[in-house]
Design a protein around this ligand. Structure first.
Ligand code: SAM
Length: 228
């Protein structure tokens, strides 16, 4: 069976250390573990899924790939999919909201001490996820942003350590601010358009609401002016 990764999951794959023991949380179709094992980048993985439909689809895909001896598919909520004996060294959590990713990490926090690297791809609320990492003994090693099918995706790679992020870094990403690319600029130009449109619909007398939006708008303008 030939399995292909989307551009988004290929970028995630690039951050997984060679020969890691991977837990992919919310694996859905299990494409990421399957391709990584097929490529020989990793030898062992666990595909965790909490919903029965995607779990069955992951099971079927892994069986079809002939890799059932290397990839275990487990029906489990978040980090309950592994125990210390599994020797997991890297965890991917992709395609979910930033708050849900933070909740999953929080719920299994004590298990993270032996895990070297988290590769996280939130679909939104990246700021909340960065804040959780900062408050829970992680530092961001690398970040990436890409566009696929007219959507922008951020990837956050974190390891154990300390960091102190400014409000701007929490929102825009410390590493993305250092290495802004076209996707970064286009994402934030789009956000600026959306917020400006929203601002135009708020009546003048609702000054407090307008000020909240104006603060966000000005922050984006400042960042875009700096990176353009
Ligand atoms: N990770 C894949 C990707 O990025 O293409 C699939 C993303 S899909 C949108 C999100 C998947 O996460 C769904 O299959 C959902 O059932 C699963 N999921 C959501 N919450 C979960 C949790 N707490 N534990 C395990 N899986 C979860």
């Amino acid at each position: 069976m030939e399995t292909y990764l989307s551009k988004r999951l290929s970028r995630v794959a690039a951050f997984i250390p060679d020969q890691a023991v991977l837990l992919d949380v919310g694996s859905d179709h299990a494409y990421l573990p399957i391709v990584l094992v097929q490529q020989g980048k990793i030898t062992r993985a666990i595909a965790g899924e909490v919903v029965d439909g995607p779990y069955q689809s992951a099971l079927a895909n892994v069986a079809q790939s002939g890799l059932a001896d290397r990839i275990q598919v487990r029906l489990a909520n978040g980090l309950a999919a592994f125990s210390p004996e599994d020797g997991v060294t890297a965890i991917t959590i992709c395609g979910m909201g930033g708050r849900l990713i933070a909740e999953i990490l929080e719920a299994g926090y004590e298990k993270l001490s032996d895990v070297d690297r988290l590769i996280l791809q939130p679909n939104n609320r990246e700021d909340d996820l960065r804040r959780w990492l900062q408050e829970n003994g992680f530092r961001i090693r690398q970040e990436s942003i890409l566009e696929e099918n007219k959507k922008y995706y951020e990837i956050i790679v974190a390891e154990h350590g300390e960091m102190v992020l400014s409000d701007e870094e929490l929102r825009f990403g410390p590493d993305l601010l250092k290495h802004p690319n076209t996707s970064f600029r286009l994402k934030w130009e789009g956000e600026l358009d959306k917020l400006s449109y929203a601002l135009a619909s708020i009546p003048e007398h609702k000054q407090q609401e307008r000020n909240i939006l104006l603060t966000k708008i000005n922050q984006i303008k400042e960042v875009l002016a700096r990176v353009s």
